[in-house]
Ligand binder design. Structure first.
Ligand SMILES: [Zn+2]
Length: 352
């Protein structure tokens, strides 16, 4: 019996309140599988660009290729930290139609449309599953369809948007359903959440990566690779998975992107240190200026001077009397005792 599964990523804006509530539930996040597995670890993908369409960007083909290769890179990072090295047996062979000879029967076909319109979708993956009981094996070809524009056809996806949406759909094509949390515990977007958490077309959008939860579920779907390179029995039925209690819930970025993010953080830190140093220097200069200003305005203490007669011994007799009668007199310009050339009025001490 064959069943057709259609898995879509819906365009539903996430507001801050949603982020908050989802963030609280992130630690208890779960993700169901789709109840199937590819029977061969080598998965072939053909990308079908729409170069003749005005809404299509030639870079979208490269974006889809990068989305798929990033899954392989995230698997390397995840298995380095968490084991499950059998996941590295998964091999993704990507082809672009028109550029090279194509495999006759690829596992996944990737197509593009201008917009999904009223369905509010940005991407869609059709998985054909051959089921025995409730356990299934994926049948080629699965088909992924990616929109170039948002549902209104007014906004074109950036390359980052296209990589993110294609990564999400590729997660479906590998056997993962939607995670219940929109953000991981490290605050990054959960790639397999049902809604795209970023505004389509925003040039500031960031790349998303599979989370530890997504890759843990992937290791469950493909655990048969631990003992064989070919599926001999069957996979698992639909199972909702949560991370083991000791595992951290975070996005697993490829190593080169982690290095780049670290360098960006260091650059940001340097910039912040420089800004803090400048602010500290300005504050210090301001304090010094205030200290100098206050010291200049400090009130001068009143000085008491005493006149001491240090000249010759005080005269005695009549001379002494005459001298003691020394007095200040205001002289007018007509006073004959002033120099003739002076017309000043002044205060002088005279000896009568
Ligand atoms: Zn989806």
């Amino acid at each position: 019996m064959k069943a057709l599964f259609v898995l879509a990523i819906l365009l539903v804006p996430i507001i801050c309140a949603d982020f908050a509530s989802n963030a609280q539930a992130a630690s208890a996040a779960s993700i169901p599988t789709e109840g199937g597995t590819w029977a061969d670890p080598t998965i072939t993908i053909v990308i079908n660009p729409q170069l003749a369409q005005p809404w299509f960007k030639a870079s979208y083909s490269v974006d889809v290729g990068r989305a798929i290769s990033r899954w392989a890179e995230s698997i390397i990072v995840y298995t380095d930290a968490s084991g499950s090295n059998f996941l590295r047996k998964l091999s993704f062979l990507t082809y672009v139609a028109g550029n090279q000879s194509l495999p006759a029967n690829p596992d996944i076909q990737v197509n593009f449309i201008q917009s999904f319109g009223s369905t509010q979708a940005l991407g869609l993956t059709d998985l054909r599953i051959s089921k025995t009981g409730n356990v299934g094996i994926f049948q080629a070809p699965a088909t992924t369809t990616l929109a170039a524009n948002d549902p209104t056809s007014a906004i074109q996806l950036t390359d980052t948007d296209m990589i993110n949406i294609a990564s999400h759909e590729f997660g479906h094509a590998l056997g993962l359903d939607h995670a219940t949390a929109s953000v991981a515990d490290d605050g990054t977007f959960e790639l397999m959440y049902k809604s795209y958490g970023q505004a389509v077309g925003n040039l500031r959008n960031t790349l998303e990566a599979p989370s530890t939860l997504d890759l843990y579920a992937l290791s469950y779907v493909y655990d048969w690779l631990a003992t064989s390179s070919t599926l001999n029995g069957s996979g698992h039925p639909v199972t909702s998975l949560v991370l083991p209690s000791e595992a951290s819930y975070s996005s697993v970025y490829p190593y080169p992107e982690q290095i780049q993010m670290l360098q960006n953080s260091i650059s940001q830190l340097k910039l912040e240190i420089i800004i803090l140093a400048i602010i500290a220097a300005l504050l210090l200069a301001l304090v010094l200026a205030l200290v100098i200003l206050l010291s200049r305005k400090k009130p001068v203490q009143a000085q008491t001077y005493s006149w001491q007669f240090t000249g010759p011994p005080a005269p005695t007799g009549a001379f002494a009397r005459d001298r003691l009668s020394c007095q200040a007199s205001i002289l007018s310009t007509s006073d004959p005792r002033l120099p003739r050339s002076s017309n000043a009025t002044g205060l002088v001490l005279i000896w009568p």
